[in-house]
Design a protein around this ligand. Structure first.
Ligand SMILES: [Fe+2]
Length: 228
């Protein structure tokens, strides 16, 4: 990486969804991976369709890729890898035989695209997604070192110093953010179901739609015996 990087890290609540849909409906939702919106709408349950219905047409009419997850959580369990990071900053495309695979650390020097995302959570209070809000400067990282390991610590330092603000994504609300928005999963604070959906734009992923329905999901643990 060449030099420090500056980011305008923010999120914007757009519009409510899944209003009036009970948390008990979460467990009935299929989980989508690498799906387009038409497939998710046709195969999804009430919550998935409500999420897509709440998208403005300016979003619905452009290439998009949709992912969703359903978790049954207990206190201390993480529905996502913890640590402040960005979503979908392109990683180098490396030729392997006839194909390219993306591998290695995110390319912040000359990214091939600038992704944008809209996420939604149902029963967010069980385990919100936290954003770090504010303009920030992240230190240069030596090639080969883990970028987010160092930047996570810097975001935490800026939050503690009051130079960034920690804001949780609200329940049942579409939230827009882009590739500059630092965010992290947090451990569940209570037991319950949680639905996560995210639609992404301006990404190469929209060229590789596979319309997968997932039937398993994992959780991440910091202290495995906590919450039992
Ligand atoms: Fe993320």
């Amino acid at each position: 990486m060449k030099g420090a990087k500056h980011f305008d890290s923010r999120m914007t609540p757009l519009s409510p969804f899944a209003q009036g849909i009970d948390n008990s409906a979460i467990k009935d939702e299929p989980m989508f991976f690498n799906s387009d919106l038409a497939f998710a709408y046709a195969q999804g349950g009430l919550i998935t369709r409500s999420f897509i219905d709440a998208l403005d047409s300016e979003w619905r009419d452009q290439p998009a890729v949709f992912d969703s997850r359903v978790h049954m959580l207990m206190p201390g369990w993480y529905p996502a890898i913890p640590g402040f990071h960005h979503d979908d900053v392109p990683r180098p495309a490396i030729p392997v035989g006839q194909h390219f695979v993306t591998a290695g650390q995110p390319d912040y020097d000359a990214p091939r695209y600038h992704s944008r995302h809209i996420l939604g959570l149902v029963n967010a209070d069980v385990a919100p997604t936290d954003f770090a809000i504010g303009n920030c400067t992240m230190p240069e990282i030596a090639d080969g070192d883990l970028i987010y390991r160092a930047w996570h610590a810097e975001v935490e330092r800026l939050l503690a110093a009051g130079e960034m603000e920690r804001v949780a994504a609200p329940d049942r609300m579409l939230v827009h953010f882009d590739w500059q928005a630092f965010h992290t999963g947090v451990p569940a604070v209570s037991s319950g179901w949680r639905w996560f959906g995210r639609v992404s734009f301006n990404t190469e992923r929209t060229d590789k739609i596979t319309n997968e329905i997932r039937r398993q999901v994992q959780v991440y643990l910091e202290f495995p015996m906590e919450g039992w």
